[in-house]
Design a protein around this ligand. Structure first.
Ligand code: HEC
Length: 131
């Protein structure tokens, strides 16, 4: 028979793995950071970016990117504030990689948005930068 102590040990073991994953830094490959956004943030790029943002991102990240979308409450992880310096100080290449790959519970966008659409979304989320 498995003792209560053993079960407790197993529970603590899995809880600590979950905790570690939660806190793990989101590492982007060096080569991806250098990738350049070929689309200038002109009116049409921003309009396209906004459209994709509304369909794919707003439910979690919220209208102004603050992480307060309608689904944010249901998520066990804190939804990133896209207007924060932490996000805005990253390169376009870094954001492109993260948005493309996703990280649970954030879905990967490379299957739902084309490369062009993802670059446009990045131009759009740059408009959230705190003034
Ligand atoms: C289901 C909710 C959800 C959706 C939809 C979603 N995100 Fe996220 N996003 C998150 C969560 C949660 C995190 C934090 C993930 C982490 O740190 O592991 C995050 C993190 C990010 C980050 C990284 C922030 C950092 O810490 O570097 C960016 C950039 C981002 N999201 C942009 C987007 C964009 C753009 C879209 C739409 C294409 C999108 N997200 C869709 C929930 C979501």
């Amino acid at each position: 028979m498995i003792s209560k102590i053993t079960l407790l040990g197993i529970a603590i073991f899995y809880a600590s793995i979950a905790f570690a994953q939660h806190r793990a830094p989101w590492v982007v490959p060096e080569s991806a950071k250098e990738k350049k956004n070929l689309y200038s943030p002109d009116e049409s790029s921003l309009a396209r970016g906004k459209k994709s943002y509304i369909t794919e991102c707003v439910r979690c990240h919220g209208k102004e990117g603050k992480g307060d979308g309608s689904s944010a409450m249901k998520i066990e992880k804190t939804v990133a504030d896209l207007s924060s310096d932490n996000v805005q100080n990253q390169t376009d290449g870094e954001l492109f990689w993260k948005i493309s790959e996703g990280r649970k519970p954030m879905p990967l966008a490379k299957t739902t948005l084309t490369d062009d659409q993802r670059w446009d979304v990045i131009n759009y989320i740059r408009t959230f930068r705190k003034k």
